[in-house]
Design a protein around this ligand. Structure first.
Ligand code: SF4
Length: 289
């Protein structure tokens, strides 16, 4: 009986150790679980932060590839693809809908929604009185120039419809140098003035003044219109050289050429420095007195 009693007590003692072990294990499991939950929460927060940053970068117009490389995440490209598809569709629809006989490119220029200012100041304009209708520009930059049926001269129907380089080639290879860079305001004035123009197409052939006579185009006599005043004709033709920093650069508009702005800033800073030094000199003189 004594032996049985001791065994029972021994069992009870062992059972007590087992209970302690179980408690320790449970606590360890609970700690591990809490740590896992904390890690998961941290991961989710980081993930949400990355997703938020990716969304903002997408809104800023960065490509999916650039975002994925920067944040090291996969980016949903569905929105971007849909947007690109819509832009292509809109561009194609615009080209389909265009009425080449009446289109005025300044009405299609993309503007900043906040300021209503054109996103780009430099525009392209054909001096139609000088154009000889060789079709060169319309062949090279087909999404920008077309040949106007009425006068057989080239005309811009869409500003920057082609990339800059293609347009530059079209301009540089025009045999009579009659394609000009003009600022937006001038483009608007020229296109409005151009309405109803009547170019004397034969004047060149018979060596006579280009205007002053009349034609019967449009059903009755119409006076020929005078050549337009285009800033590019008023001086040496602009050769797309913004680095010269002309104040009235037709690429950027009056006073907006970056090189001109840089020089202006330098000039004003120098002026301020001189004024400040002069003030200090005057002050020290008055102290000496
Ligand atoms: S290249 Fe010059 S001359 Fe020839 S169509 Fe164009 S604007 Fe006219």
């Amino acid at each position: 009986d004594d032996a049985a009693m001791q065994a029972l007590e021994g069992d009870e003692e062992d059972g007590g150790d087992d209970d302690d072990d179980l408690t320790d294990q449970s606590e360890a499991w609970l700690d591990a679980l809490a740590a896992m939950q904390a890690e998961e929460i941290e991961f989710n927060l980081k993930d949400a932060d990355r997703a938020d940053r990716a969304r903002r970068m997408q809104e800023m117009g960065l490509s999916s590839e650039a975002i994925a490389n920067t944040l090291d995440v996969a980016v949903d490209t569905a929105l971007e693809e849909a947007d690109a598809g819509m832009q292509t569709f809109e561009a194609e629809a615009y080209l389909d809908d265009i009425d080449y006989t009446t289109v005025e490119s300044h009405t299609q220029v993309e503007k900043d929604p906040d300021t209503d200012e054109p996103l780009r100041q430099q525009m392209v304009y054909v001096d139609e009185h000088t154009c000889i209708g060789c079709t060169n520009c319309a062949m090279i930059a087909q999404s920008t120039f077309f040949m106007d049926d009425e006068h057989g001269r080239a005309r811009v129907f869409q500003q920057w419809g082609d990339d800059d380089e293609t347009i530059q080639v079209a301009i540089e290879t025009c045999p009579v140098d009659c394609i000009h860079y003009v600022p937006y305001d001038e483009l608007k004035r020229l296109e409005i003035d151009r309405r109803g123009q009547n170019i004397n197409a034969k004047a060149r052939l018979v060596s006579q003044g280009e205007y002053g006579g009349s034609s019967t185009a449009g059903g009755g006599p119409r006076a020929f219109t005078a050549p337009q005043q285009i800033s590019g004709n008023a001086r040496a033709r602009c050769t797309n050289c913004p680095s010269r920093g002309c104040k009235d650069c037709p690429m950027f508009g009056v006073g907006k050429n970056p090189e001109f702005e840089r020089r202006e800033k330098e000039r004003i800073e120098k002026q301020e420095r001189r004024r400040f030094e002069q003030m200090r000199e005057d002050q020290s003189k008055s102290v000496e007195l």
